[in-house]
Ligand binder design. Structure first.
Ligand code: IMP
Ligand code: MG
Length: 175
């Protein structure tokens, strides 16, 4: 059985389910944009999801990454995000898709959304693979959601538990 630090992992979403949902999301996204756009992935958690999503798109896109961390304890965000690595791309008059691994309290996406708006983006759509709705602390919903998930701590497909588990191909609950 798979384990991280002695804690067993239970499979929640298989590689195959993720793959087919990523395809569906990319169809919806390209139908909406209809022309080249910018994809902004949030490091580190969204690196695998972003990579799979953009390879599933048939419209050419530009890709950039931003690395933010939220203040507070390691398992829960707070209302402030610190930009560790900013974008290289000029956002003036750009239409973009902001991608994250999971929407939890909502602080991270809400804050990053505001930052990107201030940088001049004309349209920002948000896409998350996972949504833990019951954990939301601020009202923020993503335009595209892969799966709604229960309030469990999850690892795999980019998500980590203290930097472990990101490379797992499926998504697992830490028991
Ligand atoms: P939010 O600001 O609370 O919405 O948190 C979003 C960030 O918290 C995500 O980008 C993840 O890095 C992290 N996070 C939330 N839930 C989990 C989880 O179950 N496993 C791993 N990381 C998580
Ligand atoms: Mg993250």
């Amino acid at each position: 059985m798979l384990q991280i630090r002695g804690r067993p992992l239970r499979l929640l979403l298989s590689e195959e389910r993720i793959k087919s949902r990523v395809k569906e999301l990319s169809r919806e996204i390209e139908e909406h944009f209809g022309e080249p756009f910018l994809v902004v992935g949030l490091l580190k958690g969204a690196f695998i999801f972003t990579a799979d999503l953009v390879r599933s798109l048939s419209i050419p896109v530009q890709i950039d990454f931003m690395w933010v961390s939220s203040y507070g304890s390691s398992q829960e965000s707070s209302g402030h995000v610190k930009v560790i690595k900013d974008l290289d791309t000029d956002l003036e008059d750009r239409r973009l898709l902001l991608v994250d691994d999971i929407l939890d309290t909502g602080y991270t996406l809400r804050e990053v959304y505001k930052l990107l708006k201030l940088k001049g983006a004309t349209e920002i759509r948000t896409c998350v693979l996972l949504d833990k709705r019951e954990r939301r602390k601020v009202s923020f919903d993503a335009d595209y959601v892969g799966f709604e998930v229960p309030n469990l701590f999850l690892v795999g497909y980019g998500l980590d538990w203290d930097e472990e588990g990101r490379n797992l191909r499926g998504i697992y609950a830490v028991e």
